[in-house]
Design a protein around this ligand. Sequence first.
Ligand SMILES: NC(=O)c1ccc[n+]([C@@H]2O[C@H](COP(=O)([O-])OP(=O)(O)OC[C@H]3O[C@@H](n4cnc5c(N)ncnc54)[C@H](O)[C@@H]3O)[C@@H](O)[C@H]2O)c1
Ligand SMILES: [Zn+2]
Length: 379
Amino acid sequence: MRRPEDLTKEPRMNDQTYEIHVPTGEPYAVSIGRGLIHRVGATAAACVTGRRALVVSDGNVAPLWGLPVRWSLEGAGFEVHDWTFPAGEQSKSPDMLMALIHRAAELRLSRRDLVVALGGGVTGDLAGLAAALWCRGVACLQVPTSLLAMVDSSVGGKTAVNLPAGKNLMGVFSQPVAVVCDPDVLETLPEDEYANGWAEIVKYGMLDRGVAEMLEDLPEEDSSEYPDALTALIARCVEVKRDVVAADEREGSTRALLNLGHTVGHAVERVTGYGVPHGRAVGVGLAVLTRAMVRTGRAKPEVLSRLLRLLDRFGLSAECPWGPDALLEAARADKKSTGGSVTLVLPCGWGDCRLESTRFGDFRKLLEIGIPTDAPQSC
Ligand SMILES: NC(=O)c1ccc[n+]([C@@H]2O[C@H](COP(=O)([O-])OP(=O)(O)OC[C@H]3O[C@@H](n4cnc5c(N)ncnc54)[C@H](O)[C@@H]3O)[C@@H](O)[C@H]2O)c1
Ligand SMILES: [Zn+2]
């Protein structure tokens, strides 16, 4: 498996194309720029010595973006095969994983060949895990097509499928060989799906003030400056994730900062039987914890008002109609809670979030304080 030559160089910015080096055990580059979907083949050719590619995509993305990727790969000399699965979280299952692995077997995909994950987080997680398992690991190129996948799931090497016992319970850490991110493909992303990405971006904003400022300064969608500003924002989010992942690839400690808003968010997903999608649930989680921090005097009121303004602008709700007991029970079942405590990421300020091991009794108090009892948008 070969990787592009310049991976060891520092990040460079070039004509609105960003190349971000992720210095994990197996380093790789994340390329972000408009029009890059047509250059997937060139990146792929620089990453592997084989010339066969299996493009994995869901039933929504394949008809929209499958062809440009196929043409680009064929142009770079690849023999292209594809495998399409029904869109949706329910496809992130062991059965679908096995179906994909059987497809790799049928093609006799070799360790010199390539799996291309073309799609949102579901595709990236499923194809990433299959690639990591098939023949003890073939190269996986991530081509994220949802806002969430661009800023979050395509980078960092977490791959998994869900089990009846819980989400993401069966998976491995396995870094992609490269990530090619073209924000222009977002033009076909359904409006509702954007909110899931915005929630993760607001989360990065609480971890990194640079992201928060870029988010607040983002031009309106109909402005001609919007596409470039969005591209720059995605790149900044990836840099934040890169820094956290590089410091702690396997979540032994500080990578847990990326779980800001997620402990409550996952609990909201669970109590609603996954009726509230991930990003929207994270938005609620950010609001509940930040409100609790303000009400206990550990953060200034402006920390919450800034958050509420951003959630509102990006169509995310801060309301939490679920009670502390239901959320606590759901959080106890989470794979990240150990014994009688859970590690929370506490937003003390923008750019000032702290990890704190919290006993469930104290967590319940925070939930009780953080869940709005009167007007939902006030502190
Ligand atoms: N591995 C990680 O580090 C990580 C991080 C965060 C989330 N995740 C996982 O990611 C998943 C959520 O990701 P998601 O929100 O991208 O879900 P998704 O992959 O289901 O995509 C959401 C929907 O948008 C559609 N879609 C995607 N791109 C499109 C485009 N350009 N045009 C038209 N339709 C498009 C998909 O077909 C799907 O219907 C969850 O399973 C979550 O657990 C993983
Ligand atoms: Zn998330």
